[in-house]
Design a protein around this ligand. Structure first.
Ligand SMILES: Cc1cc2nc3c(=O)[nH]c(=O)nc-3n(C[C@H](O)[C@H](O)[C@H](O)COP(=O)(O)OP(=O)(O)OC[C@H]3O[C@@H](n4cnc5c(N)ncnc54)[C@H](O)[C@@H]3O)c2cc1C
Length: 464
């Protein structure tokens, strides 16, 4: 497909739609929109546009579709895979940041309607003030927005119990690639009436539609919460908990794994002693309940299961302290050693241990050093591949690529995938194409072709 660049005439048309104040062609203003949190400065778009409503946004997309200009949807740019960034084709970055209104909160029916640009933490806070919980909880919640969460199907800490963003959404309003406004899904608890199209727009990384409004599920705020820290003598014993807890009838809200390497680096960074023996591992288990009595019973069961699996210590932990240690990983790791690559593999939770063993063997064979934390309860593992032990830049590039390729192969062989929550974006599409079932990939491309015949919406993301 031959694309066109934005001309002065197109800029004038965009200004007529959203107002001149919200159309930016100035280089300095565009620079922050030329990158996300995972990619360094990349290609600048021709123009950044900030519509205030679905109608304005739809008019922008119709204009781009007629003129065959790429449109790149953008929330707050905390993505890690270059999804919200233009490629060499340039185009129009459409930011939802002005669409930041909470439209409705219904406490009785427990739902909230929000525009796409609302910051996730604000949604959580508004729900909390009313004794309700919005269960979506990416670690970037303070700075990412709900439209971006929907577009990436963001996961995060509570996904073990409550699922990912897709599970928190009843319905979405979407601007299609041809500039129509569609309402997909309904505030229903069941529906078998045609294809659930909202489900495929969610997680499509801005390639099938631009989400403008979301109807979100809320649940009662748990009355009682406990954090248990279980210290195990080895990763193997710790990871046995992943299957043992559900079998014992416990569904934790969070089940987070940190191995000794990670604990050491966090300990040095925070300058706080961590109670873990050399070679050991942590499992952080968060439990929620509507009643204190049930929570107490669950804590007793967790204690029994952990000790049966060989835990050397199991104790009720201070929530702030334990999450401070878990959340310090990214900063602590980067401060200890520059990071060459970040990975987001996911495997069935019961296969985490064999996957980690394959990763360890691969790292040793290829001379690649890494460390990582895992949302163990849902089989998701975030790795930092360290810039350590390489002869030069070329050596690093080649070895990291070989490691990523083999690690991806291992994930797929174990029934997993290349990304649990960060998405494919621009950064992962080659490996995604290599390891995804060809029939599945062809069907995905057919869906894209049907929705977006001119391929104007976020071209070059997920696949070419
Ligand atoms: C410190 C840190 C911690 C993180 N922790 C987590 C975590 O725990 N779990 C997790 O899942 N992710 C995490 N992320 C990644 C990131 O925050 C999420 O992917 C988040 O959902 C992106 O939201 P955003 O508003 O920043 O989207 P952006 O980065 O702006 O965009 C991301 C993708 O969504 C598309 N998009 C954005 N808005 C829309 C829209 N309205 N309609 C259609 N497409 C759109 C973009 O085109 C792009 O493809 C983390 C990132 C950082 C930097």
């Amino acid at each position: 497909m031959e694309y066109n660049h934005v001309t002065p005439a197109v800029v004038a048309d965009l200004e007529a739609i959203v107002g001149a104040k919200y159309v930016w062609t100035d280089r300095d203003k565009k620079i922050p929109y030329g990158q996300d949190e995972g990619t360094g400065p990349a290609c600048l778009p021709d123009v950044v546009v900030l519509p205030a409503s679905a109608e304005e946004l739809a008019a922008v997309v119709r204009l781009a579709n007629d003129a065959v200009i790429p449109v790149i949807p953008r929330g707050t740019g905390t993505g890690l895979e270059g999804g919200a960034v233009a490629d060499s084709r340039g185009g129009i970055v459409v930011s939802t940041e002005r669409m930041d209104r909470i439209v409705e909160i219904n406490e009785d029916a427990m739902y909230m309607v929000v525009q796409a640009g609302v910051i996730t933490a604000r949604i959580q806070e508004e729900a909390r003030k009313r004794g309700l919980l919005y269960a979506g909880d990416p670690c970037s919640g303070d700075c990412c927005c709900i439209g971006g969460n929907g577009a990436t199907n963001a996961g995060g800490n509570r996904a073990v119990k409550y699922g990912t963003t897709r599970d928190q959404i009843y319905a979405i309003e979407v601007v299609t690639p041809t500039g129509q406004i569609a309402h997909l899904g309904k505030r229903l608890h069941k529906m078998t009436a045609g294809y659930p199209l909202e489900k495929i727009v969610i997680g499509s990384e801005g390639t099938l539609g631009i989400i403008t409004e979301l109807t979100l599920k809320l649940v009662p705020l748990p009355r009682a919460t406990a954090h248990v820290l279980a210290v195990f003598p080895s990763p193997e014993t710790a990871l046995a908990l992943v299957t043992a807890l559900p079998k014992a009838g416990i569904t934790p809200t969070c089940l987070e794994f940190m191995d000794y390497d990670v604990i050491s680096v966090v300990q040095d960074w925070l300058k706080e002693k961590q109670p873990c023996p050399a070679g050991g591992a942590y499992m952080i288990i968060q439990l929620d309940s509507s009643r204190d009595e049930t929570l107490d019973d669950d804590c007793v069961t967790v204690d029994e299961v952990c000790r049966r699996l060989g835990a050397v210590d199991v104790f009720m932990a201070d929530a702030d302290k334990v999450w401070k240690a878990r959340k310090a990983f990214t900063e602590a790791s980067a401060a200890d050693c520059p990071v060459a690559a970040m990975e987001d593999f996911v495997v069935p939770p019961d296969r985490l241990l064999p996957f980690m063993e394959r990763l360890r063997d691969l790292g040793q064979a290829l001379g690649v050093v890494f460390r990582g934390v895992s949302h163990a309860g849902d089989g998701n593992i975030h790795l930092d591949v360290l810039r350590k032990g390489f002869a030069d830049e070329g050596d690093e590039k080649q070895k990291v690529a070989a490691f990523e390729d083999k690690a991806c192969q291992a994930a797929y062989e174990l029934g997993g995938a290349i990304s649990g929550e960060h998405g494919i974006g621009q950064a992962r599409k080659a490996l995604f194409a290599k390891y995804t079932d060809p029939v599945e990939l062809a069907l995905m491309k057919a869906v894209k072709q049907a929705w977006d015949p001119k391929n104007i919406l976020n071209p070059g993301k997920i696949f070419d």
